[in-house]
Design a binder for this molecule. Structure first.
Ligand code: DHB
Ligand code: FE
Length: 266
């Protein structure tokens, strides 16, 4: 027996698609181009290239659904930490690292090394959360995630950290760089047809989770990046824009950033 929610949503999708075709008087040859486009995105996808998600993101679907799902986590800094889209490059089961470790596995002489630290708290009680998992990932300065780049070691610039009893975490990473989403496929064609650029502002991804709390999928963005105001996948929220500060007296990092996460309990 059909699930009622599925029935309703599919019915609505079909209705909107039919209305769209009627309104725009879509022709057979235009529709065939769309079929080719969908097939091309599917054929390009594998575990390293999530073209379907890329296409949806360029269309703003993932950021819209994020907003619909997490409407309670908003822009203000005295509210639960705002969510942001997952994007296509998360990998599950990243290596568990020790507090204070670096996620930089290949030494990059000119990389802007950063000490990133903060505390994970329960939003309602304000109490620190012990054993929360901070799962982090970002690109290398060449704009590639480790799985896109044969020159990076496996799991480079990724890791999972467990908070201590005081809810704190800290590790070394790079100050991220802005870069284009992969635009050599259907998502890129779409951007081109819309006269849009493929750039994303420099960002670091996180999934912060703990039993008893809603997992927080989010990203933080570097304020100095001009693309904070025109992200190709519409993920930026004001409260997620951060200021990296110069770090004194640490041979391991030129920059530091404090960022706290406030989780919502179930
Ligand atoms: C997308 C998201 C990312 O975080 C990224 O690095 C590249 C692409 C996306 O939403 O498509
Ligand atoms: Fe990303």
């Amino acid at each position: 027996k059909a699930d009622p929610r599925t029935r309703k949503v599919l019915g609505s999708l079909i209705q909107h698609l039919h209305d769209f075709c009627r309104e725009n008087e879509i022709t057979v040859s235009e529709w065939m181009k769309a079929v080719d486009f969908i097939n091309a995105a599917g054929q390009m996808s594998d575990e390293k290239r999530n073209e379907g998600q890329l296409v949806c993101d360029v269309l703003g679907i993932e950021s819209l659904v994020d907003e619909i799902t997490y409407k309670l986590t908003s822009e203000a800094t005295d509210l639960p930490t705002a969510s942001a889209i997952l994007g296509p490059f998360w990998r599950k089961d990243a290596p568990i690292r020790q507090m204070g470790d670096s996620i930089i596995l290949n030494e990059i002489p000119d990389g802007d090394h950063t000490h990133l630290y903060g505390v994970v708290t329960d939003f309602t009680t304000g109490k620190p959360i012990e054993n929360a998992v901070v799962d982090v990932w970002h690109t290398a300065p060449n704009g590639l995630y480790e799985q896109q780049d044969p020159d990076q070691p496996d799991w480079n610039l990724r890791g999972r950290f467990f908070t201590k009893a005081d809810g704190k975490f800290d590790f070394y990473c790079l100050r991220p760089t802005s870069y284009p989403i992969p635009f050599d496929g259907p998502a890129g064609q779409l951007l081109q047809m819309l006269d849009r650029h493929p750039m994303r502002p420099a960002h670091i991804h996180f999934i912060v989770s703990s039993p008893g709390h809603q997992p927080l999928v989010t990203q933080i963005f570097d304020r100095r990046d001009e693309h904070c105001t025109n992200d190709s996948v519409f993920a930026v929220k004001e409260s997620l824009i951060v200021d990296f500060l110069p770090r004194e007296g640490d041979p391991k990092a030129q920059f530091e950033l404090k960022y706290d996460f406030r989780l919502v309990s179930f």
